[in-house]
Design a protein around this ligand. Structure first.
Ligand code: SF4
Length: 352
């Protein structure tokens, strides 16, 4: 069962309070380069990203946010370290959420200014705690532990709560899956603010995707988590694809195809790996939930994948297109991919 959390809004995107768990990412362009940043935001949005964070490194970057907002529909998060003037400028430019740690802003007067601006514009603040940059006193007292992560976050939370500001989202990201899991479990018992999940600096696409799936999967399966960001050393579009794959694998969200393909065996007589990759690429832009099977043999394939909405099974020179275990077409091997794509596109266009 999902943990019950408060709901906050980032633009028109609800986070927490049983809203669908959203997939977010961060641009890796220079925010001051507006056309390039907008191009990447569009790519991320097409891939299914629902909230996009942009680094705000100086006033020029903060002032670019308004122009970027004017050309995109997706909610924008301003990522700010330390400088409250950048936060104020970002809020004025119309961002939908701030990522800033109040304890790092400086004087109380500066914190009050940022909180007042966020309140006036109705935007939430994410407190982002990272294992690599914990408050020194927490590490001295608790070491590099979940307790230190949680206490660091609660210190920031207390600053906002003292100003009667509760539009808060919290993240507790570590590079260690175990530490991340323990931290989220601990804080979930203490506060009811929505939680943004992530394994920080997870790595390159292969290892980072696995690490993120293991870590976020474990946390999500406990009913904890309201929005996720996969961090990969890669094109951020990959982060969005991995994020969706995690949510779809757990049955928490549906979007586009879920692929089933057999591992191949001595009965396989078609180049299944090549076919599976080609089908996945050709159907990657579909948005309607669809289970697609790519099976290696006509004898076992349709039966083994009978839950699939659409599928193919290869034989010796010929293959079958099937739906829910029933054969609907018989085609030549080199026409299998096109036949499957045609049938999948028909299903995408069908009314629900
Ligand atoms: S579907 Fe056929 S080819 Fe694929 S693993 Fe099963 S028996 Fe082997």
């Amino acid at each position: 069962m999902r943990r019950n959390t408060r709901r906050v809004m980032a633009g028109d995107l609800p986070i927490g309070g049983n809203a669908p768990i959203s997939v977010q990412s961060m641009t890796n362009t220079d925010t001051r380069d507006i056309p390039t940043t907008i191009r990447q935001i569009k790519q991320l949005s097409e891939a299914g990203c629902e909230l996009i964070r942009l680094a705000v490194v100086d006033q020029e970057a903060a002032l670019a946010l308004g122009k970027i907002k004017a050309q995109t529909k997706i909610p924008i998060v301003a990522d700010i370290h330390f400088d409250h003037r950048l936060a104020l400028a970002a809020v004025e430019q119309g961002v939908d959420k701030l990522r800033i740690n109040p304890g790092n802003i400086g004087s109380h007067a500066k914190v009050k200014e940022v909180v007042a601006a966020a309140r006036d514009h109705g935007i939430p603040i994410r407190i982002g705690v990272n294992s690599g940059s914990l408050a020194k006193w927490t590490v001295d007292k608790y070491g590099n532990t979940a307790k230190a992560m949680v206490e660091s976050a609660l210190e920031h939370v207390a600053i906002l709560e003292a100003l009667n500001f509760n539009d808060i989202i919290i993240s507790l990201k570590a590079t260690s899956v175990e530490l991340t899991l323990e931290s989220y479990k601990m804080i979930a018992d203490i506060v009811d603010y929505p939680l943004h999940l992530g394994i920080t600096e997870a790595g390159t696409p292969f290892f980072g995707a696995i690490k993120s799936a293991v870590g976020l999967g474990a946390i999500l399966s406990l009913g904890i988590g309201d929005t996720i960001r996969v961090s990969l050393t890669s094109d951020p579009v990959e982060e969005v694809r991995v994020g969706w794959a995690i949510l779809k694998s757990l049955g928490l969200r549906q979007r586009g195809p879920v692929f089933i393909s057999c591992p191949t065996c001595g009965r396989t007589q078609i180049p299944l790996e090549k076919i599976a990759i080609e089908v996945e690429q050709k159907l990657s832009n579909l948005t309607k939930p669809l289970t697609v099977a790519i099976m290696g043999c006509v004898v076992n394939g349709p039966g083994e994948a009978k839950e699939a909405d659409i599928g193919i099974a290869g034989g010796d020179g010929v293959g079958l297109v099937f739906s829910k275990g029933k054969i609907i077409r018989r085609v030549k091997e080199d026409e299998l991919v096109d036949a499957l794509v045609t049938e999948a596109l028909k299903l995408e266009k069908e009314d629900d």
